[in-house]
Design a protein around this ligand. Structure first.
Ligand code: RIB
Ligand code: CA
Length: 337
């Protein structure tokens, strides 16, 4: 069986406790994730926190700037003020993690400039980059506005964003889409315009991520790991459950009571366990105005709806056991200390 080459991968994120879990897994299984750089954006918490958190996570995972550069990006959405999720992730964004202050620094180049330069190099070298996004799409959208040609350097975009059903920050909208819906609209329409030989846009929405969760037993497994990363993941997931888990009403979506949804880790787990998530081609439209602002309207080619909107690949259901196992194994790879 021929080994599948792992593409160079960049994670754009807003750490955030589930971003942190995803980053630990991507670093622990770097031979499978291909992670080479991290860009951060304002989202769950302000940019001053997300950039500090990315550095804290990197250092607890045993890496420095040479091994994994971190670039700070946009401090808020393209339009309007930032809506954060500090009530979910804690004031600094990593409630329960217990991570020390970072020693290192972000790179002196803005994340958008880095993305433009890196994707242009990828196109020139013929080795396109996989971009994983775990927060609002402000950095990518800004880069595409400034330099539409960078799409030639993208192998694919895999985003935790949106929902084919109910939202979470509002009944209609998922948080990453809600914070910057114009950015999502820009990314989706630009990638779609690239046409059939364009850039596949894989969308991991709440419909999937609410079904991949960690319960108290899973948290205990992380707590038993002899590593600061394992203990940090356990602390964050435990704090999440202690703070605000309520039983969703029947049929109203949401993770089961006393189980933490693994939103961002789902994307990384899919990279580590290929085939664990079912993909369905379809289309995505973003609501920009009115009380449903940020809602993503999904249609599926397999269905009989008349597809409207940008072509995407909806990641619709997953083998939660396989995805959880892949994440746990990856974090175990971070070793002791
Ligand atoms: O809706 C879940 C998403 O919003 C996750 O990326 C979480 O980190 C928050 O950013
Ligand atoms: Ca996130």
């Amino acid at each position: 069986m021929t080994a599948v080459a792992v593409p160079p991968t960049i994670i754009d994120c807003d750490p955030g406790v589930d971003d942190a879990h995803a980053l630990f897994a991507a670093i622990g299984a770097r031979h499978l994730s291909g992670l080479e750089a991290v860009t951060v954006v304002a989202g769950n918490v302000a940019l001053r926190h997300t950039r500090r958190n990315a550095l804290r996570i990197r250092e607890v995972a045993g890496l420095d700037a040479a091994a994994l550069p971190v670039y700070a990006g946009c401090p808020g959405p393209m339009i309007g003020a930032l809506t954060d999720a500090a009530d979910v992730h804690g004031a600094d964004g990593l409630d329960g993690a217990g991570l020390p202050e970072p020693q290192g620094e972000v790179e002196p180049v803005h994340a958008v400039t880095f993305l433009i330069d890196r994707l242009r190099r990828a196109a020139a070298e013929g080795r396109r980059v996989r971009l994983v996004t775990l927060g609002p799409l402000t950095n990518l959208a800004t880069a595409l506005i400034m330099a539409p040609d960078i799409a030639d350097g993208l192998l694919e975009v895999r985003a935790m964003i949106g929902s084919a059903g109910r939202g979470n920050i509002t009944p209609a909208a998922e948080f990453n889409a809600y914070v910057d819906p114009e950015a999502l609209e820009r990314v989706a329409t630009t990638l779609d315009a690239a046409g059939a030989d364009g850039v596949p846009f894989y969308v991991y929405g709440l419909t999937l991520t609410h079904t991949v969760t960690a319960d108290r037993a899973e948290i205990a497994r992380y707590a038993a790991l002899d590593s600061r990363a394992g203990r940090a993941v356990a602390g964050m997931l435990g704090a999440y459950l202690d703070r605000h888990r309520v039983a969703p009403l029947p049929g109203m979506g949401g993770a089961p009571a006393d189980e933490a949804p693994l939103h961002d880790p789902c994307v990384i787990a899919d990279l580590l366990a290929p085939g664990a998530v079912r993909a369905v081609a379809g289309r995505l439209r973003v609501v920009l105005y009115g009380p449903a602002r940020g809602q993503t309207l999904a249609s599926f080619d397999a269905g009989d709806e008349v597809g409207a909107g940008s072509r995407v690949i909806w990641m619709v259901e997953g083998d939660a056991g396989r995805l959880r196992a892949a994440l746990f194994s990856a974090v175990t790879g971070l070793g002791n200390g």
